[in-house]
Design a protein around this ligand. Structure first.
Ligand code: SAM
Ligand code: SF4
Length: 347
């Protein structure tokens, strides 16, 4: 029955909650292998063999939030904090531009220093200097008016994982945050016209198969342009530091299911997956992912963006290792694509 459900997902891009639960509960290596083959077929149909490259700039590791899983949470006193100034961020863009990157992803903790004025100035500065590049923001929750302001300054994409679609699990992992507000932010971003990325953690402590069913149903309904999922990875100085990580195999299975459900979605093979398994990046691409986001942050601060233990920031996770990145993509039969790579729905 699970193989029939997979076929149904491939053909109709949709399943009922009961069907999702059955599929997830009957995960086997053979099922994952079939899911991977179908997902690969679908992504090739929509994107050819192209894998989009985005340059990631982790511009601040200061955060006032308390997410239980994240090494940047404000309570963590063992992380040396940094924030990059505008000149340094522009220098990272310049480095990336020279390497061929045409998308810059600005990601950071929720750092109150970066007021709306400062983010607006930053986006404008990058947009004016690199009008042929896309700017993606990943800076957490703000008001509708703030998101609109950043859009008007030139940002066109926004990554805001919903983290989990279970309100109960969400609120247990995020003290003082509201699930409804997270979802409102995603809807606001869509209304404004951003290409929106949502996504969830795989294997976060307390997560059940029913919670994952909610994630799939939520994503189907939101219909985002991008989906970022990655395994939960423990960070020793957080309350979840003693739990075990999600697995690379299950994460890649879920990547395949997302590709089958949302065929033209932009789907990164995440750094967390590459950290968990040295072959994680390639496994992700072969399972339906079609985006990689090498790091363009200054090398001296990278280890301080310590979301979880052992996070890789060299080799194929570093934009400076260009040849290695290209080789890894080509070795699994794909073609690196440095173009701006908008969501096919926006062309
Ligand atoms: N602060 C912004 C936010 O939370 O949306 C953006 C930066 S945050 C570091 C980016 C993503 O890192 C989060 O959406 C979360 O899913 C992921 N992350 C944080 N801690 C993690 C962990 N321990 N394991 C895996 N992913 C983690
Ligand atoms: Fe801050 Fe984002 Fe980490 Fe939460 S996940 S503590 S908001 S950086």
């Amino acid at each position: 029955k699970s193989f029939l459900l997979l076929q149904k997902l491939y053909e109709t891009h949709d399943l009922s909650k009961e069907e999702w639960l059955y599929l997830l509960e009957h995960y086997t290596d053979a099922l994952a292998c079939s899911a991977r083959e179908l997902a690969h077929q679908v992504s090739t149909h929509y994107f050819g063999k192209r894998v989009y490259l985005r340059g990631l700039i982790e511009f601040t590791n200061i955060c006032h939030r308390h997410c239980l899983y994240c090494g940047l949470r404000s309570e963590n006193e063992n992380v040396v904090r940094y924030r990059l100034d505008q000149e340094t961020i522009l220098a990272c863009c310049e480095e990336g531009y020279k390497l061929g990157y045409r998308t810059f992803v600005l990601q950071g903790g929720e750092d109150t220093y970066f007021t709306d004025e400062r983010i607006e100035a930053l986006v404008k500065g990058i947009h004016e200097r690199y009008p042929d590049c896309a700017i993606t923001l990943s800076i957490g929750e703000r008001s509708y008016a703030s998101y609109l302001r950043f859009y008007q300054a030139g940002a066109r994409r926004f990554l805001l994982r919903h983290e989990t679609a279970s309100k109960q699990l969400y609120e247990s992992l995020h003290p003082h945050m509201s699930f409804e507000h997270r979802i409102k932010c995603l809807k606001d971003l869509k209304t404004i016209g951003y290409q929106v990325g949502a996504g969830f953690l795989v294997g976060v402590p307390g997560q059940t198969m029913e919670d994952l069913v909610e994630d799939f149903c939520f994503l189907k309904q939101l219909d985002p342009h991008m989906v970022g999922i990655g395994p939960f990875m423990p960070q020793k100085d957080t309350p979840l530091g003693n739990f075990t990580s999600g697995t690379a195999e299950f994460t890649t299975f879920l990547l395949s299911l997302i590709r089958l459900m949302l065929p033209d979605v932009l789907l990164p093979a995440t750094t967390a997956l590459a950290t968990l398994d040295p072959k994680g990046g390639e496994m992700g691409l072969l399972s339906g992912a079609n985006v990689v986001m090498p790091n363009l942050s200054p090398i001296e601060v990278r280890h301080q963006y310590a979301l979880y233990d052992g996070k890789v920031y060299v080799g194929t996770e570093s934009a400076l290792c260009q040849q290695q990145i290209l080789n890894n993509i080509e070795n699994v039969g794909f073609i690196p694509d440095f173009s701006i790579g908008h969501s096919p729905r926006c062309c």
